[in-house]
Every structure is written in structure tokens, then in C-alpha cells.
Design a protein around this ligand. Sequence first.
Ligand code: SAM
Ligand code: SF4
Length: 643
Amino acid sequence: MSALPTAARRALTSRGIHTQAALPRSTSYTTAIRRIHHRTIVSNAAAPAYTQDADRSFENEIFVPPTRPNLPTTEFSDRMAAIKQAKPFSEFLTDNFHRQHNYLRISVTERCNLRCLYCMPEEGIDLSPPSHLLTTEEILHLAKLFVSQGVTKIRLTGGEPTVRKDIVELITELGKLKAVGLKELAMTTNGISLARKLPQMVEGGLTALNLSLDTLDEFKFQFMTRRKGLSNVLKSIDTALSLNIQPLKVNCVVMNKLNVDEIPSFLAMTKDQPIEVRFIEYMPFTGNKWESGKMITYQEMLDRIRKSHPDLHKVQDHKNDTSKTYQIPGYKGKLGFITSMTHNFCGTCNRLRITSDGNIKVCLFDNAEVSLRDLMRAEGGMGPGGEKKLLEVIGVAVKGKKEKHAGLGELESMPNRPMILIGNGYQRRLPSKTTSSIPLYLLSSPYVRQSIRAYSTSRIPSQPVITNNSKEATPAQKLTHVLPSGAAYMVPIHEKAITTRTAKAVSTIKFSNPTAVELIRSNSNKKGDVLSISRIAGIMAAKKTSEIIPLCHPISLSKVQVNLRVADDVNGAIEIMTIVTCDGKTGVEMEALTAAMGAALTVYDMCKAVDKGIVIEGTRVVEKVGGKSGDWREEGWIEWSEV
Ligand code: SAM
Ligand code: SF4
């Protein structure tokens, strides 16, 4: 930056601003002029103009209010018009904790050309039908609306934003919002297919870039991303440097035993290049197999770095930074830590997210999502009336933002979209306190009341909720065989410990006439000994469970016991109780149930000739012992043994 030019200094003095105090000597000419403009507007307006308030480094400087500025008449009247229009920060984007959300992250696709271990579930993800995703027109409509309310920074993310076909055009259109208040247009990308498009993106208005790169080792890259492409990413970094994109940040998720040893190589990148490398704590998302042992905390990383760089020093962070920034003396670049897991930065959070299917998500770690897409697609949704509705619903969502997100312990067990799907159809759910925290003026809108109703009916705290293309449950009730998309999958058990597990199940066969029980009691059924054959059938069925229940693992069973007894009922009944045990990595409830059903169906089969009205009922697990989820027994159930 050049020293403050005389012209700028004069311009300041003419507006009553004492330059020594107001601007450091190193301030560039454009910055100085912008600040003059900013000061004049703020000082004349009844309330601060929210479109002009982003330069926070200026906040504590001494300021002497100007008298009437020495400006040509037209410029002066333009400015006065702007002052008249100036208003406090949008109420719609301000939450109950006075956080003003002027940063919007938009996911522009769910697709990705990599499969990073920590992001994409191993089983892959089901993509939304294209019609569920926001169109370019809808993205632009929302972006304009948010900028009109005071958003000054937009970041495009995904999925991988560069795989969106019209990404360059989208950036160019968004770049035009700079004329109405947007200051920063950024993108987070894996850099695989970026280098060639980057010059056009910059020309279109892209101002900042975050590139994700977790390893500098070709082999490890392939392992961590399940794809090749390290050289492409490095080329993108070089191109970004040559285009002088600033800030240019490299995001590196640090994982134990995987890439933690590469921290020094990443630090070396900051030596001669104006790059900020940001080390990210590994976060849990549904399906990413997060384990605390795989995570390296900020403090651990810091301790490691300090061993080789004891002179590492802290750099002043910006007010809303999520990163804790440091620098090694003499190095051109910086390093930062994103500490989502160990130190939340909720107090100063100024971000909102739009998922690729058009939901607003007020916190990365909150499952509450509200569809803006559906509002836009309703009749008149893109017109002025539609904008009003959108703002009302956005206001409701923002007011529902919690003071801070869950801590490490809770996050670990909370269901959440994988990062790649912070843009796809999970159940929509607002925090329970939302309605009570919505300002009355918003509740007066029938539209908002309707949306709240929709959310509260989809939020049944004690039961898993399944909506359209979404599946979610409370941690305890998570459907383990179901992917976030709703697709079925077999739960991986290779990392589970071997323990002794037992499950007991029951079933009852009721007859509609007394003949069957009489035949069973006298062992004179034409087909043979009903109880003995059914017992054998139950045992065989238990052993075949994995062959007939698609998502069950084959398990080596150590015990299968099938008990049958004749019970009192109007026309008599047969009760079945099964006990299945294994020493293994997964439970045997399914085996116990299959044993019970196998035995029950055999009783049915052997007795159907004398009774067409047989009912099999009450088949259920009544007890399970062992395994991570603990022991459980049905209240009031009493075990019995055959006599
Ligand atoms: N595909 C782009 C990319 O990789 O940069 C943009 C989307 S990606 C989901 C955004 C960022 O989230 C990346 O920097 C990625 O490293 C980070 N991320 C994804 N999953 C994460 C996890 N489990 N823990 C920490 N960071 C994660
Ligand atoms: Fe793709 Fe980015 Fe997720 Fe990696 S982190 S799988 S690049 S979306």
C-alpha cells in the first residue's frame, strides 16, 4: 500500500477529518476516499447506513464530525438522498442476540469431482432431482434480496462450485451486485478444475478464494480424496497467486495419523507467498465416520508448530473471523486455525447459508432449515409480494438462531448433513423456541404463521420424522441403516469391538377355533410334532437371517434357543420366546425376531388345514444385552421357560 497521498489528505481535511488520527499513513488512496465517503454518510445520517459499515478497522479511530462537505451540488444532493434512505441494519437479518448477518454463503451445487474422506460419506450421496435445486435465476434473486438487506459478502460453495456449468456466468451476474452494496464475492473450491476458469471469474467480480488442500503428497491426496488431481490444485493456487487474488486461503482439514505430519510443509507455503493456510479441526457430519481420535485440536496443532517456531505470534483477527490467525516472523503469508470443535465463534457469527436446494440454514450445526425455494416457486413468488414473504420467513429463521451451537460431546452424536449436502433435503426443523422468539410484528403475518405451523408439525421431538426426500431422527433414534438421502445401506461394523450380545424376542399365534391346540396337545397333527418342528424351524431361520433380511450382516451365532408353550386364550394360543446370543460386532435382535417368525410361520403352516383364521401377533424384541447402545428390557415383560 502506498502512503496516504496529499490529495486524499486534503480531501479529508476539507471534510473536517483530522488525518493524523483518522487514517494511518499507509492507507491507500482508494481506501482513503472510501473512508471519507463512509464518514460523511455516517455522520450525517440519523442512523448508520448499513451498506457502508463493513470497514471495522476504522471503528475506534477518533473522528471529528464534518461540517457541510465541500462538494459539487449534484454530488451533494445524491449523497443527501443516500443519507435519507440510510436505515439501521435489517431487522430481518438481525437475530435475538443482536448478531447482524451480513455474510451469505450460497451452495451452488451438491455435485463434486472429489470424494474427500471427511466430507463425503463412503457410500456416496443421492443427488437431489435437478428440479429441487435452485436455478441461476433463483440464486440471483435471493442474492439481490440479501444484499438489499445489508449483506456485503457472498461466498459460493458446494459441493464443488466449479462443477456447476454456468459458474462463470453466475459469478459475473453476482459481481454486478457490487453496484448495490456487495463488497466481497468469494468462492471455496477444491481447485481441481479451476485454473482455466479463474481469470474470467476474477474479471466477473470474484474477489477472494479459499482453496481446499489437505496434503501435498500425491499418494495421500488420492487416498484422502479418493481421486487424483494434486497437480491441478497446485496449478490453481499458482494461477490465483499470479492473478493476485487476495485474500487467498488454503483450507487444510488436519486428521490424526493422516496429514498431521504435513503441517510443516503447509507452513512452508506461507514463507514467500501471500497465502493464509488455515488448519481446520475435523468436524463430524452424518456418514463421515468422525471419531475424536481422528481429530487434532487447535491447541495440539499450535503446540506442534510452536516447537519448531517458538516465535510464532498472534495476529489481530477481524471481528467476524472464524479463524484464529498467526504469523511466523519474516513470513509473507499467515496461518490460521478454524476451531469449530474446541472453541466456538458463535458470539460473533455473521453468516447465513443457503443450501443448494434453497433452504436457509442459520447455523452449520443446526438442522433447522427453511425452504426459500418453495416460496419463490409459489405464484407471484419472484415478485414484490413474494419478496416480502421471503423476508418474513428469513426473519423467522434468523430469529430462531441459537446463541451458540452444541459442544463437542453433543456434536459427535448429532445428525447433520454432510458438508457436501449442506444443500440437500434433510427434514426441516426449527428450534423449539423459535415461535416464542419471533417478534410479534412477524407473527402478525399469516404467511409466517403458516410456515411456523409447517415446521412445528414436522418436528415431533420423540419420534423420527420422515418427510419427502429427507430422513432424520434424534440422536438416540437415528435410523442406522438409512443414509441421509433416505437410501438404505448396510452399517459398516469393521471398527466395532467384539462383545457378547444377546437378544430375546417373542411372538404369539392365536387360533380361531380350539382344534389346532387340541391336536398340538395330543401331538396328533397330521403333519407331525408342531412344537418340535417349529422349534427347529426357528433355529434354522435365525441362522439364515442375513440371507433374507437385506441389510443384516452374516453373524456367527453362539446360541439360538426357541421356546414354545401352549397358552390360555379363547381358542388357545402358542407363545414363542427366542433367545439368540453371539460374540460379535453387531446385535442379534434381527436373529431373535427371525427365529420367532420362523417358528410362528411353521406353527401356522402346520395348523392352517384345521384353522383358516390363525393370527400371528405381538412379534417383538423384549430384551437386548450388550453392545454400544446398552442393555434394554421391555417394561413388565417376564421371561419364562418351557415346562
Ligand atoms: N468442494 C469445495 C471445497 O472442498 O473447498 C467446497 C465445499 S467444501 C464442503 C467446504 C470446506 O469444508 C472445505 O474446505 C472442506 O475442507 C471443509 N470440510 C468438509 N468436511 C469437513 C469436515 N468434516 N471437517 C472440517 N472441514 C470440512
Ligand atoms: Fe468435494 Fe469439497 Fe467435500 Fe471434498 S470437501 S468431497 S472437494 S465438497
